[in-house]
Write a protein that binds this ligand. Structure first.
Ligand code: PMV
Length: 307
């Protein structure tokens, strides 16, 4: 095959980001926004991605695939993505996963999810400092579930179809925030241990609430989780304003999602009031979307133009 295309979904972390880097579990779902990558074989022995250098997760993941499969070709990658970048929705992981899958299929190999995940994780190390692997796992396997560094990703019963995502538009780098939390943990080891234990309890309670579809209780747990994220220093004035606005507009609970420091806030609300909340917030100038949760992971896509 001279060309192949694949797509992978973005994600939201509902509970437990940052603490997951230090070993506690987190809850994550794929979302209905996807990144698509088309990989075309080229004669030059390089992986090219217009506008980006070699130190890019998509390029590194694709090179990993070429090396592992012994596929002697160069590739040109073309990305089209619905996932906003650098705001906590797993854009770089989705692109890395879709690139690895497209590279694999361009080399006429079947889509092997575990190899794709391995390749994308290598790519993510460049941008994420010490990635837990949560983003690449959910982009690969889709669905929703619990993730921990020790156990990896396990899909669970998940009775939550939609949530709200408010993009503050403030870009930030995951690695910087992960470093900030490490500094907090190094300076305050006892307090960090207590906070991590509370984060772990929230995750356990959330798993039960998700199984039952108890939206008001999930909202309360989000507020509790946000207080912990605030204490370890990863919230921001933009996020605090957004969260207050979401709660004021009628959400059951709200928190930052992903690395924080800007990026997106998420909120849980009664499904019947989602549109009304979006409307109220748009009047105040916020951009909010209703995101579908629990979608398909990496998959082959038709080529935009036939080979
Ligand atoms: O890159 P983001 O914003 O989607 O955040 C990833 C979640 C963290 O827990 C902050 C980092 C990680 O690797 O788990």
């Amino acid at each position: 095959m001279d060309k192949a295309a694949a797509s992978a979904p973005g994600k939201v972390i509902l509970f437990g980001e940052h603490f997951v880097v230090h070993g506690t579990p987190a809850i994550v779902s794929s979302i209905g926004l996807r990144a698509k990558v088309e990989a075309s074989k080229i004669s030059e022995e390089a992986v090219l991605l217009e506008g980006f250098g070699d130190e890019n997760p998509a390029v590194i993941a694709s090179k990993y695939i070429l090396r592992k499969t012994g596929c002697r070709t160069g590739l040109s990658l073309r990305i089209s993505s619905e996932i906003p970048q650098s705001v906590g929705l797993g854009s770089s992981a989705a692109v890395a996963v879709a690139s690895a899958a497209a590279a694999l299929m361009a080399c006429s190999k079947a889509l092997d999810s575990s190899l794709v995940l391995e390749a994308a994780h290598e790519g993510e190390k460049v941008v994420h400092y010490t990635p837990s692997g949560i983003d690449t796992s959910v982009a690969t396997y889709g669905g929703a579930g619990v993730f921990s560094r020790d156990e990896g990703y396990t899909q669970v019963d998940f009775d939550l179809e939609y949530l709200l995502i408010l993009n503050t538009g403030k870009l930030r780098r995951t690695g910087d925030l992960v470093r900030k939390v490490k500094e907090f943990a190094d300076k305050n080891p006892n307090r960090f241990k207590e906070i991590s234990e509370e984060a772990s309890r929230i995750v356990q309670e959330a798993l039960e609430a998700l199984e039952k579809g108890d939206l008001p209780y999930l909202g309360k747990l989000m507020n509790r989780n946000q207080a912990l994220l605030r204490e370890i220093g990863v919230s921001s004035p933009e996020l605090e304003d957004a969260i207050s606005a979401l709660l004021k507009a009628g959400a059951y609970g709200a928190k930052l999602t992903g690395a924080g420091g800007g990026g997106c806030a998420i909120a849980i609300a009664d499904y019947a009031s989602l549109d009304e909340i979006i409307h109220k917030l748009s009047v105040s100038g916020y951009s909010v979307i209703k995101a579908r949760l629990v979608v398909e992971g990496v998959r082959a896509e038709p080529l935009s133009s036939p080979p």
